[in-house]
Design a protein around this ligand. Structure first.
Ligand code: GLA
Length: 382
């Protein structure tokens, strides 16, 4: 009896060890990793950044302060990695991050005219932090708060999940807004950003990420020779304070038409009222959409390095901003001075000032509904 039991246990052990070995042999080698590192502290708590690396060597660093993408390194056509986003070496720089480098923007991306709008007959008053207008969520928007962070891994890639509950009345916006932003680094050199939010009072939400890209590498001159294609036949022209007039205007025959790939700088100084107002491009493009899923919004190609960025989104608009307010007064990473046009932004979004324009796609979120949007930044070379 005893010997038989020993044999049975032995056979069972042999078979489970074999199963384990087979499982290991059949599962793909996992080379992607997430590491966490301390970056400093703010009054609300410790600031950490999370480094996500995929098996191709692309890495993304994002921190819990502002959900800021601190660095994003992608290969060029020879396989050489460069950090393609503007930013700072230390936390201090980010605490005074006037251009919003890499940050999550909320509750409302871009501007709201005169810092006010009316919902259900109730007027909401916001801080006027850009002339008369409210910009990027107000005085202390989502770019300046400490987010809770968790990390996880699934078969798509590796993710960091940032959550933050914005209290009812914060920055003048109604409702307790539970917000979740997930950054996923995929094996195909794609960074996916997924935004979700729920509220307990009717409110307005428009979330984006404000990364400043230079595909030659941050600090490596301007982006004027980057070739840009935008999948948009129309844009929302602005008044002298960069508030949309409400019109959806055709880009045809103007320097604002990027339907065919064109160098960003080719027409940036053209005699055009809209370019003059913004000192370059700072406009919301109305994307030509077929449905509600992820669709290509734009493509940027940097001829020297061969790096290509494609932006896919579920959003109806994208803000093309060519770093017009950068003026050489900011010293960023590695002592690099960021001059005008040192980067471009493609901020996927609902249109600016939508709460004051009933003809724009709605940004209203009601209790019981879930705000959901998704953007993918896909990097490749050619
Ligand atoms: C957005 C705006 C710009 C500017 C930048 C931040 O892109 O449209 O006008 O405010 O953010 O400097």
């Amino acid at each position: 009896m005893k010997t038989r039991n020993i044999i049975i246990i032995f056979l069972a052990l042999v078979s489970s060890v074999t199963t384990l070995a087979l499982l290991q042999a059949s599962s793909p080698q996992r080379k992607h990793v997430i590491k966490k590192q301390a970056f400093g502290t703010v009054p609300e708590g410790p600031v950490d950044f999370y480094i996500m690396t995929n098996s191709r060597g692309m890495d993304v660093r994002a921190m819990n302060y502002g959900g800021i993408i601190v660095s994003l390194r992608v290969p060029d056509k020879k396989g050489v990695l460069a950090d393609v986003v503007l930013g700072f070496d230390a936390l201090d720089g980010y605490l005074n991050n006037k251009p919003y480098f890499g940050a999550i923007i909320g509750r409302y991306a871009n501007r709201i005219a005169n810092g006010k709008f009316t919902l259900n007959g109730v007027e909401c008053r916001l801080a006027r932090n850009h002339g008369m207008n409210s910009l990027h969520g107000g005085l202390r928007g989502f770019d300046k708060v400490l987010w809770h962070c968790e990390q996880f891994e699934n078969n798509q890639g590796i993710s960091v999940v940032f959550t933050y509950t914005s209290k009812d009345g914060e920055e003048g916006y109604p409702g307790n807004l539970k917000t979740k932003v997930t950054y996923t680094l995929m094996e195909q050199n794609e960074l996916q950003i997924e935004y979700e939010a729920t509220t307990d009072k009717v409110t307005s939400v428009n979330l984006t990420n404000h990364s400043y890209f230079n595909l030659k590498g941050e600090g490596n001159g301007d982006i004027l020779k980057h070739e840009l294609m935008l999948n948009a036949d129309r844009f929302t022209p602005v008044d002298s304070t960069l508030i949309p007039t409400g019109e959806l205007r055709s880009v045809a025959g103007t320097p604002i038409d990027f339907n065919k790939p064109t160098a960003i700088g080719a027409r940036i100084d053209a005699n055009n009222e809209q370019l003059a107002i913004a000192h370059g491009y700072d406009h919301n493009f109305v994307l030509d959409r077929k449905g509600t899923g992820l669709e290509l919004a734009g493509r940027v190609d940097e001829p020297q390095s061969g790096r290509v960025l494609e932006v896919y989104t579920t959003e109806p608009g994208v803000q093309l901003y060519t770093g017009n307010f950068l003026d050489g007064t900011i010293t960023g990473k590695h002592g690099h001075v960021y001059n005008k046009h040192a980067a471009f932004c493609l901020e996927t979004q609902h249109f600016p000032d939508s709460p004051n324009h009933p003809n724009f796609p709605s940004t209203i979120l009601k209790p019981g509904q879930t705000y959901h949007s998704r953007t993918v930044y896909k990097f490749s070379t050619e």
